[in-house]
Design a protein around this ligand. Structure first.
Ligand SMILES: [Zn+2]
Ligand SMILES: [Zn+2]
Length: 69
C-alpha cells in the first residue's frame, strides 16, 4: 500500500472562488503542489490545492517557477 501524504491548502485569499468569502481553504493537497510569489523572494513557496492553484496562477501573483537571483 502506498502512502500519499496530504497537507492542508495554504491559500488565504478570501476572494478565491474555491472558498469565496472564507479566509482559508479546507482542502488538502499534495506537498509538491507549490507555487511561488512573483513579486518577492519567495523561497519556501505556498501549497495550493487544485482549484486554488488555478486561481493563484490566474491572478498572475504566483508562478510555478522558484525565485532565481
Ligand atoms: Zn485550496
Ligand atoms: Zn483558495
Amino acid at each position: 500500500m502506498t502512502i500519499r501524504p496530504r497537507v492542508p491548502c495554504e491559500c488565504t485569499d478570501p476572494g478565491c472562488p474555491a472558498h469565496l468569502g472564507a479566509h482559508t481553504c479546507r482542502e488538502v493537497t499534495y506537498p509538491r503542489n507549490v507555487l511561488f510569489r512573483v513579486d518577492m523572494q519567495d523561497q519556501s513557496g505556498t501549497v495550493f490545492c487544485h482549484e486554488c492553484m488555478a486561481d493563484a496562477l490566474d491572478s498572475g501573483l504566483y508562478s510555478s517557477e522558484r525565485w532565481e537571483e
